[in-house]
Design a protein around this ligand. Structure first.
Ligand code: FAD
Length: 440
């Protein structure tokens, strides 16, 4: 189809999802990525697994462990109600490369060392994993190098500066599980794999945590973890393996994530607090819509402003939604109200409630950008305080014209109006749903 060469930088979940999505739209796609310099275990929920399936991560999905028990000790109380699936990131990321190649994406395994923008696009220098040097040219560039993506000169919104210290431990094989525990100046996440590999992670405030020099970090973490009840089952009969690795975990939003011939996706566009456990979810959410944005920028440059605004407002909405979820969770911890770690995170990003009340007088219809058939276009949608970007369809029904009709016939019962338009079962069900949503 289109002959624009598209280059994706970074082969994590966001880069892989965009590359496969673009390939499905008929583009020639090259992805350059190097493996992460450290291994990590991360946890995801079933809805992330759904997103990965949708993105085409067939091989990568086979590396996920079965759901395992997750316990949370927060504000002095322990609950063990839910489960999560553990991902060994290096294994998962290697399988993503197989998924990419299986989808027809050209993959160059190597490090991006320099990038220049030129009149017709971009020129990127790459040092391959085998030491070979390449220069790759492309008309469109997708920046998906995660938190490592260069961002000098890009205006950014930042939350409280956080660092996560992680270390692998090895013990006897056993039942996999994970746990979270808060403490006076941070929180810990621990995970145990079936083969006895454990992963212990402490998240702290950069400004107030007074970390020791690098060579003493191992002992420092050991002492911290020894004082946590939830960490004991992960430490007993186990030994640390390798060094402590420090990972920045500050929430960051790039205020510009779209240009006429480039797009930032995933953590390169916005990275959330790991407490939400939603990093991969948000990376996929921003990446799944990106192929339609890129397709529009390439095929309909006259709609560039619409496509860029669509991408940037969605990224911003997602960022603030996850920031407020994190804030509310931090706010549930009241044991150390004056400690800078908790004080800063309870109050950021703002005091706006996560969910705004929806009442009929606050619901309207209007024209907004939407994804239609692989392109960004405009459609009439229903706009609510909770869904300011608008809701277009529900089970194949366009909602705005139906709501407009109900409102235009305000002297008739809404259910009757909808039955007339859709027939009995559908009309009754939709009327009930609109009442539940607070629209009518
Ligand atoms: P990444 O997954 O970071 O992928 C970027 C890729 O680009 C990497 O492969 C990297 O090696 C590559 N790259 C970087 N620079 C270059 C270069 N110069 N050249 C070539 N390639 C390059 N999320 C969850 O869902 N659950 C969790 O439990 C969880 N725990 C977390 C704990 C911590 C401490 C942190 C910081 C994050 C956590 N996350 C978690 C978030 C999750 O890791 C990210 O949100 C997600 O991986 C983002 O995907 P991405 O594709 O945007 O970036």
């Amino acid at each position: 189809m289109a002959d624009t060469q598209i280059l994706v930088l970074g082969g994590g979940p966001a880069g892989a999802s965009v590359a496969i999505g673009l390939k499905r739209l008929g583009y020639e796609v090259t992805l350059v990525g190097e493996p992460r310099p450290f291994d990590a275990i991360e946890g995801v929920s079933d809805r992330v697994v759904e997103g990965m399936r949708h993105a085409g991560f067939e091989r990568a999905l086979t590396t996920l462990a079965a759901p395992s028990a997750r316990s949370v000790t927060w504000n002095g109380e322990t609950s063990a109600a839910n489960t999560e699936r553990l991902i060994v990131r290096q294994r998962f990321d290697r399988a993503l490369v197989e998924d990419l190649r299986g989808s027809g994406v050209r993959v160059i395994q190597g490090r991006v060392t320099a990038m220049a923008s030129q009149e017709a696009g971009f020129s990127v220098s790459v040092v391959g994993d085998d030491g070979s040097e390449h220069c790759v040219e492309a008309g469109f560039l997708v920046e998906a190098r995660g938190r490592a993506a260069p961002a000098s000169g890009v205006p950014r919104v930042r939350g409280a500066q956080s660092v996560s210290l992680l270390q692998h431990w090895q013990g006897a094989a056993g039942t996999p599980c994970s746990a979270v525990q808060s403490f006076a100046d941070g929180w810990a996440w621990m995970a145990k794999r079936e083969d006895g590999r454990r992963y212990l992670q402490l998240t702290l405030d950069v400004a107030s945590s007074r970390l020791p020099p690098k060579q003493q970090l191992g002992q420092w973490c050991y002492e911290r973890l020894s004082g946590l009840e939830q960490a004991q089952p992960f430490m007993e009969g186990a030994e640390p393996v390798g060094e402590v690795y420090a990972r920045t975990s500050t929430p960051v939003l790039c205020e510009h994530s779209a240009g006429d011939n480039w797009l930032r996706v995933g953590d390169a566009a916005m990275a959330v607090d790991p407490l939400s456990g939603n990093g991969i979810f948000q990376a996929l959410s921003s990446a799944l819509q990106a192929p339609a944005v890129i397709n529009t920028l390439i095929r309909h440059p006259e709609r560039a402003a619409l496509a860029k605004a669509f991408h940037e407002t969605r990224i911003e909405q997602l960022f603030y939604r996850f920031a407020r979820i994190g804030r509310d969770f931090y706010d549930q911890e009241s044991q150390w109200p004056e400690h800078p770690f908790w004080r800063a995170r309870r109050a950021w990003p703002d005091s706006q409630p996560l969910h705004l009340e929806v009442t009929p007088d606050r619901v309207s219809t209007g024209v907004r950008p939407v994804v239609d058939n692989g392109l960004i276009t405009e459609a009439r949608v229903v706009i609510t305080p909770d869904q300011p970007l608008g809701i277009w369809h529900l089970n194949g029904l366009e909602l705005a014209p139906l709501l407009d009709e109900v409102r235009a016939q305000s002297d008739i019962n809404p259910t009757r109006v909808l039955i007339e338009r859709l027939g009995e079962p559908k009309g009754v069900a939709l009327s009930r749903w609109m009442v539940q949503q607070g629209w009518i």
